[in-house]
Design a protein around this ligand. Structure first.
Ligand SMILES: [Zn+2]
Length: 358
């Protein structure tokens, strides 16, 4: 009996190693799991729909919102691969050159475990479904009145949905816009606002932001004595950059699209989302950050009105931005022209779309 159990275990372990899934396979398994368990068809698995171990549910539900999203499931299946020994190549499993490398279990520079987060930051930045939105407001998610002032000689893509406007009507619960949107035709390149390192890249169909990438910028990258994170969302295609890769200022991240789950009101009206970038910024004095499913949460992080980034010097916090005198609320924006020239020369931060010369 003992021998049989050992044999079965060994066979299963072998299967896991041989079947060490690539990201594409992890995505596939996540989709199948949703298909199998999601009885009410909302694209995710609730606690009731999950008929397996409740503790496993808790483990997979990294943002603690009481639902398993496809991103969380994919992360789970990806992790399983690493634990089983992937991506170590062996004679038995020839590594396919086309397969995406499995998410490394190795931590990124600055990445720490979730224990480093206090409950307020976890909820205020992570904004899980069970989190009180007041915590996000406390950490800076409210309107400041800042507006971009583009250089006189440049024609730039302007904001159509401002920072922290009321999104309650879009989400069916109190919520605010966590970034700024600039509409642009499909395919318009989104560019890195500063040099940095890719810390997240996801394409969760359950997310309102769709295909997105997050960069982490050191004080040297921006000339600002803080750690800054910039998020670019609604790509039309998955950016080619890998997590951990360095990018330069103005480097093309990928094409603009309208990926992501549509707000319920738009779904009812069968209206497509316009193509646009969703651009968001967080900051912290601490270099540490946590990866929670699809989210990056800086330790002691704060929300930043993305316009404030272009002030290029502290303070950046929303209470200080809101208190600025009127004329200072027009923030001169540093930009990159289509030919790659930065204006004003030497700027370490640029608008996430290039501008045309007038
Ligand atoms: Zn947005």
């Amino acid at each position: 009996m003992k021998f049989i159990r050992t044999a079965i275990f060994a066979a299963l372990a072998g299967l896991v190693i041989l079947g060490a899934p690539s990201l594409a396979e992890a995505q596939d398994r996540a989709s199948r799991s949703i298909k199998k368990n999601d009885r009410d068809g909302d694209g995710r698995i609730s606690r009731d729909e999950w008929q397996k171990r409740p503790r496993l549910f808790q483990k997979i539900d990294t943002d603690g919102d009481g639902y398993l999203s496809i991103g969380e499931l994919r992360a789970r299946f990806g992790e399983g691969a690493n634990k089983a020994g992937a991506p170590t190549p062996s004679k038995a499993s020839k590594p396919s050159p086309k397969a995406a490398p499995a998410k490394s279990a190795r931590l990124l520079d600055g990445q720490v475990s979730t224990d480093a987060l206090d409950a307020e930051t976890l909820c205020g930045i992570g904004r899980g479904r069970r989190c009180d939105i007041k915590l996000a407001i406390k950490l800076g998610m409210f309107e400041t009145g800042l507006r971009p002032l583009f250089p006189a000689g440049a024609q730039c893509r302007d904001i159509d949905e401002q920072w922290a406007i009321d999104y309650t009507y879009k989400r069916n619960r109190e919520n605010y816009h966590g970034g700024i949107d600039m509409p642009a035709p499909f395919g318009t390149p989104m560019i890195a606002a500063a040099a940095g390192t890719v810390v997240s890249k996801t394409g969760d169909p359950d997310s309102y932001r769709g295909i997105e990438i997050i960069l982490r910028h050191s004080p040297e990258d921006t000339g600002i004595p803080l750690w800054i994170y910039s998020q670019y969302a609604h790509f039309d295609a998955m950016p080619k950059h890998q997590v951990g890769q360095r990018v330069g200022i103005g480097e093309v991240l990928g094409p603009t699209g309208n990926s992501g789950r549509r707000p319920s009101r738009a779904r009812r009206r069968k209206r497509a989302r316009r193509p646009a970038i969703h651009f968001a910024v967080w900051f912290s004095a601490s270099p540490k950050f946590v990866v929670r499913g699809n989210k990056i949460i800086p330790v002691k992080g704060r929300w930043m009105d993305p316009n404030a980034l272009y002030r290029k010097k502290p303070p950046f916090d929303s209470p200080a931005m809101k208190a600025l005198p009127g004329p200072e609320k027009k923030v001169p924006i540093s930009i990159m022209f289509e030919d790659g020239k930065v204006h004003p020369a030497g700027s370490k931060i640029v608008w996430p779309y290039t501008c045309k010369r007038k």
